[in-house]
Design a protein. Structure first.
Length: 304
């Protein structure tokens, strides 16, 4: 039987924006050895495979692959999977919101799905994060060199450069404006000559609290030795580290905060992520990440 799959644009309410994700909602019949090959063939940000859990309603096992291999976590597939499960009727949206559980490797993610009067679906998932924050980072001159920016483009008015690890380590650097974020270019030679490689972080999250869009509080972008010169990859996997980063600053007091962070532009597939963060002393940071997604296509994979 040829499996059916859907493609979606995620963290956007507009088709041909956001991140492109593929979802196989009934993956039981697909041989395990073909999962990575399928993801490479589709060549999207991520391809998700969904398996029903015997005897348990609204609980599903998921596996997610990038073209490079299986990944432990990414936010975009969660939104896509929830939307597809509602689209196929595997999850019924009978109340104001419906909760499901997605089991990925060692992680159980609680996901809430809601729909407006027009049938547009909004998905929010909950995570806890207790990242390790290191304030020892490369000096501004090194950061400016490896990002191909002026040192004055680094903004330490309210936030500071820090290394944050919640599984994967990210070097997080605040910049003065969205224009500075957009003009940055990763310089592999400057990177290799700096102290940054010794920190183990292979991705740099640059961001600005001064954005060009009224619906976002931050504009973010990922750079690094594994990111191509013309790529602007999704930032969903960096959100737990980013919330831990924000919470590590003294002026962010205990309480609940809501913010939106976008990546890309309308010319480069803009994404918009809605985040709620609970900061409490001595406890993990609880974050709820939500967004829209748009169904783009329904397809059949001809693998016989």
């Amino acid at each position: 039987m040829n499996p059916t799959y859907y493609t979606l644009d995620v963290f956007t309410d507009k088709i041909f924006q956001g991140a492109q994700i593929a979802v196989f909602p009934n993956a039981e019949a697909i041989p395990e050895e073909k999962l990575g090959s399928i993801a490479r063939e589709l060549n999207l940000s991520e391809t998700a495979f969904v398996y029903a859990t015997d005897g348990v309603n609204n609980e599903f096992k998921i596996r997610v692959f990038s073209p490079s291999g299986e990944i432990d976590f990414a936010g975009h597939p969660i939104l896509a999977i929830a939307n597809v499960l509602a689209e196929t009727g595997q999850v019924s949206l009978d109340d104001d919101f419906t909760s499901i559980i997605l089991k990925q490797n060692s992680n159980d993610v609680v996901v809430n799905i809601s729909a407006d009067s027009k049938g547009n679906r909004f998905v929010q998932f909950t995570l806890q994060s207790m990242p390790v924050v290191d304030r020892f980072t490369p000096p501004g001159s090194e950061l400016a060199g490896l990002l191909s920016i002026d040192e004055k483009d680094i903004d330490h008015t309210n936030y500071h450069t820090r290394l944050v690890s919640g599984g994967l380590p990210y070097l997080i650097v605040p910049l003065t404006s969205q224009a500075a974020v957009r003009k940055a270019r990763f310089d592999i030679k400057a990177w290799s000559e700096s102290t940054a490689p010794s920190m183990a972080a292979q991705e740099i999250l640059i961001f600005s609290a001064k954005t060009d869009s009224s619906d976002s509080n931050f504009h973010g972008r990922l750079l690094g030795p594994g990111v191509g010169d013309h790529e602007d990859p999704p930032i969903g996997s960096a959100v737990p580290a980013f919330t831990g980063y924000l919470a590590s600053h003294d002026h962010i007091r205990e309480g609940t905060y809501s913010f939106a962070i976008d990546r890309g532009t309308f010319e480069t597939r803009r994404s918009l992520l809605h985040v709620e963060m609970d900061k409490q002393a001595g406890r993990p940071v609880t974050l709820r990440v939500g967004g829209d997604s748009v169904l783009v296509s329904k397809n059949e994979l001809l693998i016989g």
